[in-house]
Unconditional design. Structure first.
Length: 84
């Protein structure tokens, strides 16, 4: 029983360890430029009502995906270049 408890304690402590963090989590410059161009495109094509002019641009799912793109990049809807 004692060996079982010792083994259990060792296994639990090993599982509780944090995963090693990667040293470089930065986004490559080329990917960042592509993301910025995409956000600029969405911002310039967006209408005053908050949707887009194409056939699917006023669907809630499309508007939601575009909003997620802005938020995923860390944009604040109240401040910054895309705040309106």
């Amino acid at each position: 029983m004692r060996n079982f408890l010792l083994s259990l304690l060792l296994i639990i402590s090993a599982c509780a360890q944090d995963l090693p963090r990667r040293q470089d989590d930065s986004v490559p410059a080329q990917v960042e430029q592509m993301f910025e161009r995409g956000l600029r495109y969405l911002a310039t094509k967006q209408t005053a009502e908050g949707c887009w002019d194409d056939s699917q641009g006023n669907e809630p799912g499309v508007v939601g995906l575009a909003t997620i793109a802005f938020l995923a990049h860390g944009e604040d809807p109240n401040h910054g270049p895309y705040a309106k």
